[in-house]
Write a protein that binds this ligand. Sequence first.
Ligand SMILES: [Ca+2]
Ligand SMILES: [Ca+2]
Length: 286
Amino acid sequence: MKKMISKAMAIVVAAMCMVAGVGALTAGATTINVVEGSKYEYTAYVEEISDTEIALVLRTTVNPGFTSLGYAVEFDPTYFKTIGEGRNIKTEVTPRKGMIASLGGDHLVSLQILNRDDITDNIEIRFYFETIKTPSNGKAEFKTCVFSYWSQTENLENSYSTPDYFEYDTVTEAKTGVEYIVGDVDNDKDVDQGDAYKTLSLTQKLTNAYGTVKTPTTRVNEELTRWLSVCPGLPCAEAADSDTDGYIEENDAYNIQLYTSQIALGQIGDIEDVGAKRLVSTTYEC
Ligand SMILES: [Ca+2]
Ligand SMILES: [Ca+2]
């Protein structure tokens, strides 16, 4: 297995986390449950923001309550460069707050949350990276760990986790075209009030599932089958992203509502006029 870190850096991380070994190689989103003496769990996965930008997301899945939580992430500087980090707590979205202090070098970044009382919300931390080049074998490795964990509920002080590898498959699957109309979430070739309601319902379900008010279309597409049960007929996430900002959120539903209202009032008669936005038939490569 390819080692992504130098020996010197490995020593820094081991000292940081007070452990001797590393976790097993994992692929795709993985649940990590290795904080000493704690029930705390998180999952790690990559969101592709653009062709040259990704976010490594560390999302809490089980949170007994913590006053302090510190994540550290190692990355391979051959392939990635840090851009910044951000976190979402419940519906609060604060992406790209800026760089955080490096713990031990140019390819180790960290974030620590401190609070007077236990935080029990499931949180999402995003570490943003610019892709410098794609690994020749199509796989990139990150390593994550909780380097500090304090919990009043669990009566833990400065507990920690074993570093765990996270493997990101950079090879995308063969592309196929999906034709859709922006706003036509049920794919009946018409954009109407029903689509607005369905988009609003989908947005609420996405928020409940992922804990974000704005859910990236890339993420919804990754689990499209799951969301078809909530929004039957959905050809792809982009159909619900009526303001085409790359996220599904309430504004998309209001956008469709506005369009259908304007049609009803005779203010517009063209599917391509929705305020400043356009509802267009598009072929999506997924
Ligand atoms: Ca429709
Ligand atoms: Ca949107």
